[in-house]
Design a protein around this ligand. Structure first.
Ligand code: NAD
Length: 256
């Protein structure tokens, strides 16, 4: 599906990989709707992006707030063709640490934002996508791109909650693609390696260097622009469906 003149609903769009995707889409001539918890960051993002960009602040796991945002996007742009689910949180904690077992509410919170939030947004976007006019010869009506992590495959110490949430995104990609096939909606997932988003960009070299050392090639952190480019490719390439793409320069994370 071509990106120009389409509307993209991007969660986590106020920062990092979501914002990089928004930049790519705006440059390609799309309307962009940003949904994020952080309204200050949203205002800054919209000021930077200019053009046809609107936003709504809320939690991805909040059904009412996501419905309000989708309504706002439809009022502004008339349709949603692309949904990118980049909102996410970390939260390291060992299963059993010095102070006892990992608090269950911590595990639940990570799964709620990353996994349940992703499903919540994509199901509501898919509902409106199915009513779109077909956009391609294949009768394509929409594309959903989720964001997992290489932690879905090689989760490290302290990543049980994060890996479970991202593993859930990986596992649900194919069944959702099957569910939505008759509706003309494709579903893909990107599993990024280590990208230079705000958190890591400000980290000292002692943190970055060991990570760079275990990439195969190229020997550097991922650039968020490369992530945006990958998502744009997924949108444009109609034969990609129901699959997970590692975007990671060949890195395989060790235990620690
Ligand atoms: N940066 C990396 O190296 C990397 C690697 C693998 C996976 N990821 C995944 O990519 C996604 C984006 O990461 P990033 O590095 O851009 O992070 P980031 O912190 O820069 O951006 C994430 C955005 O999500 C928003 N957010 C958090 N919780 C939310 C909620 N409940 N509802 C709505 N918005 C919420 C935040 O406000 C923030 O703007 C995440 O899902 C992350 O797990 C990132």
């Amino acid at each position: 599906m071509e990106i120009s003149d389409k509307t993209a609903f991007i969660t986590g769009g106020a920062s990092g990989l979501g914002l990089a995707t928004a930049r790519n889409f705006v440059a390609a001539g799309a309307n962009v709707f940003l949904y994020d918890l952080n309204s200050e960051a949203l205002e800054l993002a919209v000021a930077e992006l200019g053009g046809n960009v609107k936003w709504h602040a809320g939690d991805v796991a909040d059904e009412v707030a996501v419905k309000e945002a989708i309504e706002k996007a439809l009022q502004a742009f008339g349709a949603i063709h692309i949904n990118v689910n980049s909102a996410g949180i970390g939260g390291a904690s060992r299963t059993v640490g010095r102070n006892g077992p990992m608090p269950l509410e911590k595990f639940e919170h990570i799964v709620r934002v990353n996994l349940i939030g992703t499903f919540n947004v994509l199901r509501l976007c898919a509902e409106v996508m199915q009513t779109n006019e077909p956009q391609t010869e294949d009768q394509e009506r929409g594309v959903i791109v989720n964001v997992a992590s290489i932690a879905a495959f090689d989760g490290q110490i302290g990543q049980a909650g994060y890996a479970a949430s991202k593993g859930g995104i990986v596992a649900m990609t194919l069944p959702i693609a099957r569910d939505l096939a008759k509706r003309g909606v494709r579903v893909m997932t990107v599993a990024p390696g280590v990208f230079e988003t705000p958190l890591l960009a400000s980290a000292p070299d002692e943190v970055k260097e060991p990570l760079i050392a275990i990439t195969q090639f190229p020997k550097r952190l991922g650039n968020p622009e490369e992530f945006g480019e990958e998502v744009a490719h997924i949108v444009r390439c109609s034969y990609l469906n129901g699959e997970v793409i590692r975007l990671d320069a060949g890195i395989r994370m060790p235990a620690i």
